[in-house]
Design a protein around this ligand. Sequence first.
Ligand code: AMP
Ligand code: GLY
Length: 421
Amino acid sequence: MEEVKVLLLGSGGREHAMAWALAKSPRLTKLWAAPGSDGMASLAERVPLDPLDGAAVARFCREKEVELLVVGPEAPLAAGVADAARAAGIPVFGPGRDGARLESSKAFAKAFMARHGLPTAKARVGGTAEALAAVRELKGRCAVKADGLAAGKGVVVSSTLAEAEAAVAALGGTAAGATLVVEELLTGPEISMMAVLDGKSYALLPASQDHKRLLDGDKGPNTGGMGALCPAPLDAKTLATIRAEVFDRALKGLAADGVDFRGVLYAGLMLTPEGPKLLEFNARLGDPETQAILPLLDADFLELCLACATGTLKARDVPAKPGACVSVVVAAEGYPDSPRAGAALTPEAASGLDVVVFHAGTRREGGRWLAAGGRVLSVVGLGPDLASARERAYAAVPRVAGPGLQWRTDVAAKVLGRTLA
Ligand code: AMP
Ligand code: GLY
């Protein structure tokens, strides 16, 4: 069994979960993280490298004989860091800039979906004038989206013309919004379906579900994600449709477009009365979905990443253990607009509770853990089913978090007792 040295890019809760999963592999001999976090310091040696600097990342990989570069977030992918490392001969889990465009440009993604027959909402793409004409045509019942990367703040769903016009004005004035996408409104439950690709084939990860709104009952502003569950209960027919109409077509489309995609293709889907439709593609693992998916994989995550990076994926779905995970995100008060740092945390209080705690925005100071970001921790309950996983997560949350912090109390409540679609 060949041993592998790995560099992981990123510092969030998703990357802590990825480091945790990589560290379980008997093949891992060394793990570096750039920039990493205090929370993952026990798993990975932190390196002061700019994860957006492809030349510096490639140089580090050459010097340290890194055998696998794993890219967590979207920004390094969009910046071409995977291309730079690949050009230096390093196997990379993460697509090049061409594949990452499926996430970094919503206009490009819509054109890809149209060209290759993937189901999605009807849309018009253009500048502010075109977008205003489109929202008027739809009488304001639409989703207005900035074309570029906007850290989860680039989409406004509106139900009145005034709201839609305000969204066009607001998003049209941002760097990501020089081009806008205006979509008809879709309805139905949302799921996140991710596949790992090796350039020629794909394997699905178990379906998951994010909770994007800040407050219980799906109220309040959209956030990076306040909780997740896995597996999302999905009937076999819907799953087969997603496979055939989304992933098979995406794989063919990528091949037809000459894109050698090695990494994660994330489909944000709405299960509408007319069938599953794509809301968006991402070119990386979801956050906070990953925190609920990785503990359930019955596969060596390092092997999986390496197989994708080297084009040797076995084209079958990634096996999952029986059981379920529910992940509750603990955020700082004031998140998402103006999170207040400094609240005390006691993640160690979750030990022995069938819970894993992943750090997203924390720092270690004077022997204590303190909140240091918007989203602070993911508290992941594991159990034989969603109900018990949920109970375990919520039993642990008040032990690890207290004043100055907020979390949703209804993660996984909606899906319990019924299947999606
Ligand atoms: P996106 O980043 O494109 O996935 O959009 C963020 C969120 O906006 C999604 O998770 C949906 O909740 C909502 N959304 C996006 N597009 C639509 C649409 N066409 N119809 C209804 N809701 C949408
Ligand atoms: N959880 C949504 C995302 O990662 O984009």
